[in-house]
Ligand binder design. Sequence first.
Ligand code: FE2
Ligand code: FE2
Ligand code: FE2
Ligand code: FE2
Length: 408
Amino acid sequence: MYIRMDQLVRAIAVALDIVEGELLGASTHHGKRIAALSVAMGRYFGMDEEFLTSLATCALFHDSALTEYILSEQRENDPAMKLHCEYGQRNAEAFLLNRDVAGFVLYHHERADGDGPFGKKEGEFPLGAEIIAIADTLDVTHHLQTVSPHALADIRKQIDEETGSRYTKRAAKAMLAVLDADMLSLLRNDRILDTAERIIPPWPVDIEDLSVIRIADLAAHIIDYKSVFTKQHSVQIARKAWRMGEYYGYDKLSKSRLYLAAALHDLGKLAMPTHILEKPGKLTDAEFATIKDHVRFTQEMLKDVTGFERVCAIAAGHHEKLDGTGYHAGKEADEISFDERIVACLDIYQAVSEPRPYHAARSHAETMPILYDMARKGFIDERIVKDLDAVMAVYSGVELPPTFHLAP
Ligand SMILES: [Fe+2]
Ligand SMILES: [Fe+2]
Ligand SMILES: [Fe+2]
Ligand SMILES: [Fe+2]
């Protein structure tokens, strides 16, 4: 069973750009513009398609450590800047790319004169990083989505002036070769999604492949780190879902789907304002309506990934209730699959047991009565609640480890 990795990579990159836009006040689509420019420069250097895909993925995710180390982008010389680079590199490598991308993200804030966070000079960091660095700097400085063609001369002049100090010579030369009026038009906000479609060629991967799990894990971390109160939410639900799949005797494909849906179920939360997600106390009706929309966003982001149809359906059903009062589709019991019910139960279990602004962490014994009560009221599946009680009792107060789903 194959999925289109290129489409999944893009879906998560779109989600990431939304967070960056909110957190930094930076223009959205930043990652996609860096990727488009990087691929164009890579072509200028004669890189082959597989190398371009690896480079494009690094470029799309160069700022993926943003939610963990938010302030580093805003204050140069901040020690957190190094962590931003190190975690970004780790995240890019989660994709198990076909080409060696060592240092591509790690050194994306280096300068030719050695004045970057790691003090690497021109020639001491790889071409992939030089490419991402110049694209990144230009986009942050000039907001390339809004540059008019006649402002192009100023940008080119600035590249010239800073070649050898900020930019490496070969990266500057490549950028000057590819940055023209046509390229600028491809980077505009109204065209960038189409442009991004063409950055990475079709890239089929088996859905059970470790790389798919690792990418879902990465997305789960990004989602969870959006708010300190949920920093383990999606990853824990995913690991618990795998455990429930084992309990039900699922084959690897079914377990993988359940895991992926659980990891990605709140992907749409990336598009939700943090101040509402973190609001202590009761939400207003309007705020609750906004938050409910996260399920629709999850579905929107995943629905076009070929091979992910079931995963998308399970993820999008995690707030449905058996009595028909759930959201966002308002499904009736007979329309809600067993896997959707599992993720719905785990979502509640996790939310009730983890610490939140409005309640402390709860043990398994403190959590279960709340789930039984919801089952009694006809909201969630009683059988699954009982199974959850049996399976999770031994993990009370324990976070399931990262390699949990890989254990035999
Ligand atoms: Fe960065
Ligand atoms: Fe960036
Ligand atoms: Fe949710
Ligand atoms: Fe959730």
